[in-house]
Design a protein. Structure first.
Length: 154
């Protein structure tokens, strides 16, 4: 029975990391604090988040094509896209992708990157690099932060 609970917890790490707005910044620390294996948590959270980001980018291109056919205008001219131009102008795609998972979430960072002219390939590359960095950083700092806290308090 205990193994089933543990498997369920790891499955939840995967699923919650895939959900926009919850993502890795919440899932990884909570799962490690819960006592789950940091390596498995990091791997499952990364894969869960990347699958939905990849699907979102692929779906987003189809949506843009549909939007342009239907409305007769480019989605880049929408009000939302115009509001995001300042972020793009200041940081570009690399900055948006690297800051995105912590500030706005990886899903929204990918959408903004695509709206503002990032290619599918570049957006996927930068979001992947960013998620690798943030997954490692969150996993290592949470794991060793807990160890440090436990050794100084006990």
């Amino acid at each position: 029975m205990n193994e089933l609970i543990t498997i369920w917890e790891y499955l939840l790490v995967f699923v919650f990391a895939a959900i926009p707005w919850i993502e890795i910044a919440v899932v990884i620390p909570l799962a490690i604090i819960r006592g789950l294996n940091p390596l498995l948590v990091g791997i499952l959270a990364f894969i869960g988040n990347m699958i939905t980001v990849y699907l979102l980018i692929l779906f987003f291109e189809k949506y843009c094509e549909w939007y342009q056919r239907r409305k007769g205008e480019d989605i880049k001219n929408s009000k939302r896209a115009k509001r995001g131009v300042s972020i793009w102008n200041k940081y570009g795609l690399p900055g948006l992708a690297l800051l995105g998972p912590l500030l706005v979430g990886s899903h929204l960072a990918a959408i903004i990157g695509m709206i503002l002219g990032g290619t599918k390939r570049n957006t996927l590359q930068w979001i992947t690099i960013s998620l690798v960095i943030w997954t490692l950083a969150l996993t290592v700092t949470t794991h060793y932060g807990i160890d440090l806290f436990a050794s100084t308090s006990g």
